[in-house]
Design a protein around this ligand. Structure first.
Ligand code: ADP
Ligand code: 5GP
Length: 222
C-alpha cells in the first residue's frame, strides 16, 4: 500500500443541531469510496427514521455497561443522560484496510481518542450563529423543549473547548461544507504522505550509496 492510500483517523464533533449527521450522510453519498464511518452504540431512543446498525446500535444500559466491561469500546462518554461509545473492532479493521475512518463523537470522546491515537485530526462543526443553531434544533423536531434546552446548555460548555480542535467548519451552505470537509481530510492524508516521503528508502538513495562507499573503504582497512 502506498503512503497516499493509508487512511487516517478523523473525529467530527460539534454542537447538537449544527448539522454533523447531515454532513456525514452527504459526504458518504458523494465520496463513499474514501471513507468508513464508525457506527456508535448508544442508550438513547432511536429518532423517527433512524435505523439500527446504520445510525447507531441502540442498546440498553445493561448491554452498554457489558460492552464497557468487555473492553469492546475505544471510548465512551455520557451526553445529556445517555451513554454513547465507539466499537473497537470496526475502527481497527477499517484502518488496517487503509480507509480513512470518521468518528462523529462529542468532545470528551474526541480528546480520549486523540490520547490513544495521537495522529487523530479533530474537526469541529458549528452553525453560522447560535440563533441558527436553535432554529435547526427546533426545526428538526426530534427532541422535547426540555432536551433542546439541555443540549443548548451543553453547547455552551462545548464552545469553551473548541480551541482544542484542529479545524472548524461553519456549516452554512451544506454542499460547500461537505467539500471543505473532504478537502481538509484529503490534504491531511497528502501532507502525511509528503512527510513520510522524506524518510523513504527511495528518497535517500544518494546517502545510502555514500555510506556503502565509505563502509567499503573501511572494510579494505583504509
Ligand atoms: P447534528 O447531527 O449536528 O445534531 P443534524 O444533521 O441532525 O445535526 O441537523 C440538524 C438540523 O439542521 C436538521 O433538520 C438538518 O436538516 C438541518 N441542517 C443541517 N445542515 C444544514 C445547513 N447547512 N443548512 C440548513 N439546515 C441544515
Ligand atoms: P445525538 O443524540 O444527537 O445523536 O448525539 C449526541 C452527541 O453524542 C453528539 O455530540 C454526538 O457526536 C455524540 N456521540 C455519538 N456517538 C458517540 C460516541 O460513540 N462516543 C462519544 N463520545 N460521543 C458520541
Amino acid at each position: 500500500m502506498s503512503q497516499t492510500e493509508k487512511g487516517i483517523l478523523v473525529v467530527i464533533s460539534g454542537f447538537s443541531g449544527a448539522g454533523k449527521g447531515t454532513l456525514m450522510r452527504r459526504l458518504l453519498e458523494t465520496h463513499s469510496k474514501d471513507y468508513a464511518l464508525s457506527v456508535s452504540a448508544t442508550t438513547r431512543e432511536p429518532r423517527p427514521g433512524e435505523t439500527e446498525g446504520k445510525d447507531y446500535f441502540f442498546v440498553t444500559r445493561e448491554a452498554f455497561e457489558r460492552m464497557i466491561e468487555g473492553g469492546e469500546l475505544i471510548e465512551y462518554a455520557q451526553y445529556v443522560g445517555n451513554y454513547y461509545g465507539t466499537p473497537r473492532s470496526y475502527v481497527e479493521k477499517q484502518l488496517a484496510a487503509g480507509k480513512s475512518v470518521i468518528l462523529e463523537i462529542e468532545i470528551q470522546g474526541a480528546l480520549n481518542v486523540r490520547r490513544l491515537f495521537p495522529d487523530t485530526r479533530l474537526l469541529f462543526v458549528t452553525a453560522p450563529s447560535a440563533e441558527e443553531l436553535k432554529n435547526r434544533l427546533n426545526g428538526r423536531g426530534t427532541e422535547s423543549a426540555e432536551v433542546i434546552e439541555r443540549r443548548l446548555k451543553r453547547a455552551y460548555e462545548e464552545s469553551q473547548e473548541i480551541g482544542r480542535y484542529d479545524y472548524l467548519i461553519v456549516n452554512d451552505d451544506l454542499e460547500s461544507s461537505v467539500e471543505a470537509l473532504h478537502r481538509i481530510i484529503q490534504n491531511e492524508k497528502e501532507k502525511r504522505a509528503q512527510e513520510n516521503l522524506s524518510f523513504s528508502v527511495d528518497s535517500n538513495q544518494e546517502l545510502i550509496v555514500q555510506m556503502q562507499n565509505e563502509l567499503f573503504s573501511f572494510s579494505k582497512g583504509e
